[in-house]
Every structure is written in structure tokens, then in C-alpha cells.
Design a protein around this ligand. Structure first.
Ligand code: FE2
Length: 164
């Protein structure tokens, strides 16, 4: 299930974008997830998932940004910022996280979501046009994808780590 629970006002979107420009842009790195169509510009927050070694290591801390995220997603303890128009192919999030995921979408995109968990045995497919400022939760273990993203789109995703 995908649940939209807040829509940031224009001024608020500006504040988030300023913060990302100042505090996160210098740390963006190119990353090629196996499900990304090309290199994505990303920066992990608090902790970083390393798929090759299947380990978590420490990542960037931005207290002002983390505070904003915690006010919407108090359960979150790991995050990923992605920037640009590259989008992402259909995938399920990896084993570092539980099923509860959050998103703050800052730039338009098409979000596709195949919900095969809410009603077992059925797939509820949704294709949504997201505008800047959408704040939502979704099930990270349902297949999801983003395409037709604005060139200057920031997307912040957060999760709760799955502890071994
Ligand atoms: Fe994902």
C-alpha cells in the first residue's frame, strides 16, 4: 500500500532543496545499483548499504535534514538521497530494510507500484504522477519504479533497518 500523508508547501519545498544543495550535493556519488538504468547520483544518510559485501557502514549525518525526516518518519534509521532524472527500474528494496519505507519527492516523476502484499494472490498496479512535495510511505518489498523524472529531482527515501 502507498499512503500519501503530507504535501509540502512551496516555501517548504524550497527549504528542503536549499538544505540538500548545501549539505548533501557535495557528497553525491555515482552508484550503479543492478536495477538502475545508468549511474545514479546518490548519498546515503546515517548508514550505507553495501550490496557487494552485504554490510552496513556509517554514512553522512546531516542533523537538520535528519530532524525534518524524523518529524515525518520517526521510525526511520537509514536514508538515501538520489538526484537527477535517471529514474529506477522495477525492483524490491534489498535485505537491509524492513517493509516500511518513506519518501519525500522533490521534483516530478512517474511512480509505478505493484502491490502484491496487501491482498495475497493479487497485484494492484498503480502508475502515479508525483509532483514536488509529496510525502508518503510504501511497502519497500513490493516492486516499484520511477521514470520520466525532472532533471533537478531530489528524492529522499528512508527505511527501518532490518536487524540480524
Ligand atoms: Fe527502491
Amino acid at each position: 500500500m502507498i499512503t500519501f500523508f503530507d504535501h509540502l508547501a512551496v516555501e517548504e519545498i524550497g527549504r528542503w532543496r536549499d538544505l540538500l544543495e548545501k549539505e548533501v550535493r557535495p557528497y553525491l556519488q555515482e552508484d550503479r545499483a543492478y536495477y538502475a538504468s545508468q549511474y545514479r547520483q546518490v548519498c546515503w544518510l546515517e548508514e550505507q548499504w553495501n550490496p557487494a559485501t552485504r554490510t552496513l557502514t556509517s554514512a553522512l549525518s546531516v542533523p537538520r535534514l535528519w530532524q525534518l525526516l524524523q518529524s515525518r518518519f520517526p521510525w526511520a534509521n537509514i536514508g538515501l538521497v538520489s538526484y537527477g532524472n535517471m529514474g529506477i527500474k522495477p525492483h524490491r528494496d534489498d535485505s537491509y530494510c524492513t517493509s516500511l519505507a518513506g519518501g519525500v519527492n522533490l521534483g516530478s516523476c512517474i511512480f509505478e507500484y505493484w502491490d502484491d502484499r496487501t491482498t495475497p494472490g493479487t497485484i494492484d498496479y498503480k502508475k502515479l504522477k508525483l509532483e514536488s512535495g509529496e510525502v508518503y510511505t510504501f511497502n519497500a518489498k513490493c516492486k516499484h519504479a520511477a521514470s520520466s523524472c525532472a532533471n533537478d529531482r531530489w528524492i529522499i527515501n528512508v527505511w527501518k533497518k532490518k536487524l540480524k
